[in-house]
Design a protein around this ligand. Structure first.
Ligand code: HEC
Ligand code: HEC
Ligand code: HEC
Ligand code: HEC
Ligand code: HEC
Ligand code: HEC
Ligand code: HEC
Length: 404
């Protein structure tokens, strides 16, 4: 073979490679991968709580040990939203159902989202023109009773979190915009992939859906020590001393067995503050928003109940536990709630002038649209007000996710 022929061959091959590369750059997909690829494992869900604690002197024991002596509360709690409100996305049955689903962006023409379930992980591919981004979805927030929002931790130390743009809504059985991400709402940090939450916003998001964010408590989001979901020790406090005393044979009534929110040993105020830590307490929201014509307040049950004359004028004998088992989902049996109303509003004197035989809840605790795709029962119990069923006035319309 002559050297000039070989030279032409080499040049030709090189040219072909350059052309192929150019074509690939111009026409082929531009792939970007984001999010840590390591699967998330969480204490109590995928891993046992370490017997000696997560560190020396750890006051928490993990809820699984409570089951042995409190099987009733444990069984009820297991079926509640509290017990399932934060899980690794790949663990959810939903991840398998979403596999292969391809949806158009609700607002941006030409943008598509395609879900894939691979090796225990949920991914979403965002395609815009030739640009394809593969995002690993780490966490699923929400039990799924109403909605599931996805999160990816971008930087666990700072921390920074991506709240994904699309949320799964159970009622519609489909993906829709995450509340607050609509164009024009003006929520800070919202971009084409979703919302960037940094610092306290990222911590608070996990904070209301966990028992403890990290141990020892710090600034970061630490999946290795996080106690996920609203579990026993979120409401009753760390259980190690209680557990050890019970093991030593302490009997019912012994002071060393007492825990926060043991029956009959807490005030209405303390209970409303406990539930209000997450369901919102008036001390946590702008007083200017606490107005009778603000339907968004329906989402904040402690705020509503604290405005009601039923609570204000009943001398501290009404709180969340009067109507709800704190270990269970809210019952949908209105006859049970009616019995609670009647216990205070007995006919003929205290009864209803309008409909004493009717469903009290239907008229006095109507379900209102708080702009979250989900209707909430108004806990500001009062005489019905037709104006509440109208769309909110413009100054009340901003999405309340901002209040987190
Ligand atoms: C650490 C935060 C936190 C605390 C404290 C808390 N909750 Fe919740 N609660 C949540 C979250 C998060 C959900 C949503 C669960 C889900 O994903 O379905 C929820 C859901 C509920 C539901 C179920 C709603 C439904 O769909 O039926 C009820 C009822 C409820 N909480 C009542 C209470 C009561 C009563 C208290 C006080 C005794 C309380 N919660 C304290 C965070 C909390
Ligand atoms: C101040 C506490 C608080 C913060 C902060 C918070 N949540 Fe929640 N979240 C709740 C409570 C309470 C509920 C249950 C009632 C409701 O929907 O308001 C809930 C419900 C939900 C649900 C619906 C669950 C269902 O199926 O009923 C999702 C999804 C959710 N939160 C995701 C998030 C995400 C994602 C963040 C952070 C970006 C966040 N939450 C921040 C308290 C909080
Ligand atoms: C959302 C907050 C919350 C969570 C989560 C929670 N509890 Fe409770 N628990 C309460 C409150 C409030 C009471 C008091 C109820 C009352 O006075 O009727 C209570 C009462 C109890 C009691 C006393 C019952 C009695 O009447 O003697 C036990 C035992 C108990 N809880 C165990 C548990 C266990 C075990 C878990 C986890 C599986 C758990 N709790 C999760 C709020 C909670
Ligand atoms: C080895 C058995 C045992 C274990 C494990 C145990 N408890 Fe108890 N618990 C008891 C006994 C005994 C009492 C007192 C009798 C009673 O009131 O039922 C009690 C009472 C309680 C009460 C009421 C406290 C009060 O002030 O009146 C709560 C709340 C409670 N336990 C929660 C928990 C939680 C949460 C866990 C898990 C972290 C747990 N227990 C683990 C045995 C146990
Ligand atoms: C712990 C006792 C108690 C319970 C439980 C209770 N209420 Fe009341 N309620 C009161 C008191 C006290 C007042 C104020 C005096 C009055 O009107 O009787 C009141 C007032 C009202 C008012 C008039 C409020 C206003 O601002 O005009 C309505 C309507 C009402 N209750 C409906 C209900 C309904 C419906 C329920 C059940 C979902 C209920 N209440 C449960 C004690 C209670
Ligand atoms: C007078 C009775 C009553 C009291 C007190 C009460 N609730 Fe409710 N709650 C209801 C009713 C009724 C519903 C709607 C049930 C249904 O229709 O499915 C409900 C539903 C809920 C839901 C589910 C979301 C929704 O709106 O359907 C949550 C969460 C909740 N309540 C939390 C609380 C908290 C927290 C407190 C204490 C601040 C509280 N509730 C006090 C009667 C009550
Ligand atoms: C069909 C709707 C409807 C039902 C069902 C209903 N109410 Fe009413 N209720 C009203 C209306 C409307 C008013 C205001 C009447 C007025 O101001 O003339 C009212 C007023 C009241 C008041 C205030 C009375 C006063 O003196 O100011 C109480 C208390 C009350 N209802 C309790 C109840 C209870 C308890 C139940 C269930 C047993 C119930 N209501 C069922 C519509 C209803």
């Amino acid at each position: 073979m002559g050297s000039s022929r070989r030279g032409r061959l080499v040049a030709g091959t090189a040219l072909a490679i350059v052309l192929a590369l150019a074509a690939w750059t111009l026409l082929g997909p531009d792939r970007v991968m984001r999010g840590r690829v390591s699967g998330v494992k969480l204490l109590g869900l995928d891993r046992p709580f370490p017997e000696g604690g997560r560190y020396p002197g750890d006051p928490y024991v993990g809820s699984h040990v409570c089951a042995e002596c409190h099987p009733g509360e444990t069984a009820t709690h297991a079926g509640s939203g509290h017990a399932r409100t934060l899980r690794p996305a790949g663990d959810r049955e939903l991840a398998r159902r979403l596999d292969g689903m391809d949806v158009e962006d609700p607002e941006r023409p030409g943008v598509r989202w395609r879900y894939g379930y691979r090796e225990g992980e949920l991914h979403v591919e965002r395609t815009e023109g030739r640009r394809v981004e593969d995002l690993v979805i780490q966490y699923a927030f929400g039990s799924g009773h109403h909605a599931t929002t996805f999160l990816t931790v971008v930087d666990p130390a700072f921390p920074e979190v991506l709240e994904h743009r699309l949320t799964y809504f159970a009622r519609e059985q489909s993906m829709g915009l995450t509340p607050g991400h609509r164009a024009g709402v003006g929520m800070a940090g919202v971009g084409e992939r979703g919302g960037a939450l940094i610092g306290d916003d990222a911590r608070n998001c996990f904070g209301c859906h966990t028992t403890q964010l990290s141990a020892p408590p710090g600034r970061s989001i630490d999946p290795a020590t996080m106690i996920p979901t609203v579990s026993c020790e979120r409401c009753h406090g760390p259980g190690r001393a209680h557990h050890d005393a019970a093991r030593r044979g302490s009997q019912a009534g012994a002071p060393e067995l007492r825990l926060p929110f043991g029956p009959g040993r807490y005030s209405t105020d303390a209970l409303l503050r406990l539930c209000g830590d997450c369901h919102r307490h008036p001390s946590k929201i702008d007083p200017a928003r606490i107005r009778p014509d603000n339907p968004n307040l329906a989402r904040f049950q402690p705020v509503g109940l604290l405005q009601s004359r039923c609570l204000i004028e009943s001398g501290g004998s009404l709180d969340c536990v009067t109507c709800h088992d704190p270990h269970a989902r809210a019952s949908s049996d209105h006859a049970k709630y009616r019995a609670v109303c009647i216990a205070c509003h007995a006919a003929p004197d205290g009864g209803c002038p309008k409909s004493p035989a009717g469903d009290c809840v239907e008229c006095h605790m109507p379900r209102l649209d708080a702009g979250q795709h989900v209707l909430f029962a108004d806990h500001w119990i009062r005489a019905t007000r037709p104006e509440m069923r109208q769309p909110p006035s413009p100054e009340l319309r901003p999405d309340l996710r901002r209040l987190r």
